[in-house]
Write a protein of this length. Structure first.
Length: 687
């Protein structure tokens, strides 16, 4: 028995990324209301158990959920019935098994299910398979002999010297019981199981000083050559596995390049929505291989009212803006948390993962073969202001400070590295964020000394911990407004800082509260035409041309987005503006409508903005395009005309009313006068 277990562990020790288990057919709760009640992802519920081989990082994520889900199912007595759980006793005894499956579903673990590894004694094995583990959890029998572990639930057999379980039939007796070779093989497995248990008891009794047992035919058999042959080591049939791996390797070698998947993280807000529109448009025209996924961190409440679900292929992630344990408000932690969530919940065949920020515009493909990324050697761009790599900060937060590299922005990493790295990235980010004693600018390089770049240090320290050595490339990314290196073909604009050309400027923070995406034809102030750039200093000219390119790329992305959303056609009154937008917004300069923002609008961002940025936010945060202003003015004119017309009608009616009222009063006075005269005449005649 011990030999069988060692063999399965030695084989599977070479495949740490796989989770192998035995299919448990009794767990029908994965297919019914039980899974729907106890996991948010019933579609991921695997009917597995018995033997588990799991990567340590997966186990760290699973263990607390395994326990909590077990307790949860155990308490759900209203669903213990056999038709729901498959438990023949209907007593909730297999709650722990469901706790495992529901916990794994919650974390997003998908099992490699192998039902050749283990067998229950009494079951007939498949032809050509050699089980490595015998699980005697169920009663089994051979001829008139039987065994059930429940009958020995309180048996002190371990402490009773030289007492064994009742011996099963000998092999020669089994030989004549069955003619079917495979059924006979099942009987041999059953007696092997109990023989191995009895041998273990004998060895234990000897080790604790029990006297030598009296000779018996059965004890003689346990020491015989026949028993040794019956229980000799069983080896995994690796031929099929080797062939499968060979086929995969050949297929991969024939492929021109490895598969790539691109990720970027956002939150469900209008601020990140227009950034998503810009990045997605640039991705489509960049020639980037593979697919792209938006990692959307959002609370359940915010998600109910969120309008941007259609902006990108999306993986939804619980928001960690406010840390669930510490209460710390730190939205930047969403990036490593979202990547970890994606790794744990999504199966991908991509070999390399490209990680970007939402406030980026792609100008061309970012590929591992162009920049030399490989296993153990990610590619990234320099972040020279991360001075904490050279001082006490690195010494405190990593055991390998000499391997700390000042990198960030664009990341190209092998999927196997990312699986090892993602959890540590999150933990190190939390660790640095909690280290408020070392927020100072002279330690972190953060000019605001607020711990805002903790996530960046989390990345560098985690990579140092795993000794991932980066290939650092300065020709991948540029901030608009910076002078480009001669001959560099930058693949990414990162518009995280204010930049400008002449009187025109752009700062993403100015548009934090503007709903650009859901306001038809809204856009940013148009940058100058490239032809307007003076042919003076060559460096300044190239810098300004790149800045203009970035601004125009954002506006074009927004225009195409509004067009896809079937925004209403622009009226003939503003036909010229519509025409210019159709021509990729090349020349018109949209006037910004300014609106002073209150202190609450800028909220937490004030502490992360310099004086210039604060003034910009006060000057303009929520903008409507000139097109909308024109429409609003047109509507106002129509309403004014209608009001004048309505007033005229009312005045006319009042005049008519007054005229008829005066006429009625005159008639009344005339009648009264005639009546008085007639009365006077009558009196005179009488007199």
């Amino acid at each position: 028995m011990q030999t069988r277990l060692l063999e399965v562990l030695s084989f599977l020790g070479n495949s740490e990324q796989k989770k192998a288990s035995l299919l448990q057919l009794i767990m029908k709760g994965c297919d019914n209301i039980l899974a729907q009640l106890h996991t948010a992802h019933p579609e991921f519920c695997d009917k597995v158990g018995g033997i588990l081989i799991m990567h340590i990082d997966d186990l760290r994520a699973l263990a607390p959920l395994w326990l909590s889900k077990t307790e949860e199912v155990r308490q759900d007595k209203s669903h213990w019935s056999t038709n729901i759980t498959g438990d023949i006793y209907g007593m909730g005894w297999i709650s722990e098994m469901y706790g495992y499956s529901f916990g794994a579903a919650e974390v997003g673990l998908r099992h490699k299910i192998n039902d050749d590894i283990m067998i229950y004694p009494g079951y007939t094995p498949r032809i050509g398979t050699e089980p490595l583990i015998l699980h005697y959890g169920l009663p089994f029998k051979v001829g008139n002999w039987s065994f059930s572990k429940l009958e020995h639930h309180e048996d002190g057999i371990v402490y009773d010297c030289n007492r064994l379980f009742p011996p099963p039939p000998f092999p020669r007796e089994v030989e004549v019981m069955e003619s079917d070779p495979n059924v006979k093989r099942a009987l041999y497995l059953s007696i092997e199981c109990i023989h191995t248990l009895n041998e273990g008891l004998l060895l234990h009794h000897t080790s604790v000083g029990c006297p030598k047992p009296q000779w018996s035919k059965y004890l003689s058999f346990l020491k015989s050559k026949r028993f040794s042959e019956l229980t000799k080591p069983k080896y995994w049939n690796s031929l099929k596995v080797e062939n499968k791996l060979t086929v995969q390797h050949v297929a991969l070698s024939k492929s021109r390049h490895p598969k790539i998947h691109t990720l970027f993280s956002t939150e469900c807000s209008s601020y990140f929505d227009w950034q998503t529109v810009g990045l997605m448009h640039s991705f489509r025209i960049s020639g980037q291989p593979g697919n792209i996924t938006r990692l959307l961190s959002c609370t359940d409440e915010d998600l109910k009212n969120y309008k941007g679900r259609d902006l990108a292929p999306t993986h939804y992630v619980p928001s960690m803006n406010r840390h669930p344990l510490t209460g710390d408000w730190y939205p930047a932690i969403n990036k490593p948390a979202a990547v970890l969530h994606w790794i744990n919940h999504v199966q991908t065949d991509a070999e390399f993962i490209v990680i970007l920020d939402a406030d980026m515009i792609m100008r061309g493909p970012i590929t591992p073969w162009e920049y030399g990324a490989k296993l153990g050697h990610p590619v990234s761009t320099p972040y020279d202001y991360l001075i904490g790599c050279d001082n006490i900060l690195a010494k405190i937060h990593t055991r390998n400070p000499s391997a700390c590299e000042k990198v960030g922005g664009v990341i190209i990493m092998h999927i196997d590295d990312l699986r090892r790295f993602a959890m540590l990235w999150l933990h190190k980010s939390e660790e640095v964020r909690a280290d408020k004693d070392h927020y100072a600018t002279n330690i972190t390089g953060d000019i605001y000394a607020s711990g805002w770049i903790s996530e960046m240090y989390g990345y560098s320290f985690a990579a140092a911990e795993l000794n991932l050595r980066h290939i650092i490339r300065s020709d991948i990314l540029i901030y608009p407004g910076y002078v480009p290196m001669p001959g560099a073909n930058y693949k990414v604009f990162h518009y995280g800082l204010r930049f400008g050309v002449g009187d025109w400027s752009f700062d993403k923070a100015d548009w934090r509260n503007a709903d650009i995406v859901n306001t038809c034809w809204a856009k940013f102030p148009e940058p100058p035409d490239p032809s307007a750039i003076t042919k003076g200093d060559q460096n300044a000219r190239e810098r300004d041309l790149l800045s203009i390119e970035c601004g125009k790329a954002l506006n074009k992305a927004l225009y195409l987005h509004h067009k896809r959303r079937n925004c209403p056609r622009l009226s003939t009154t503003i036909g010229s503006i519509s025409k210019k937008m159709e021509e990729v917004l090349t020349s018109n300069k949209s006037e910004r409508v300014t609106q002073r923002s209150s202190t609450t609008t800028i909220g937490r961002n004030v502490e992360h903005m310099d004086v210039t940025r604060q003034q910009a936010v006060e000057r303009a945060t929520d903008t409507v395009s000139g097109v909308h202003r024109s429409k609003r003015l047109a509507r106002s004119s129509k309403m004014w005309i209608f009001a004048v017309w309505a007033t005229s009608v009312v005045v006319f009616l009042l005049v008519i009313s007054m005229f008829f009222s005066e006429r009625r009063r005159s008639i009344s006075r005339s009648r009264a006068s005639r009546s008085q005269k007639a009365h006077s005449l009558t009196i005179k005649q009488t007199v």
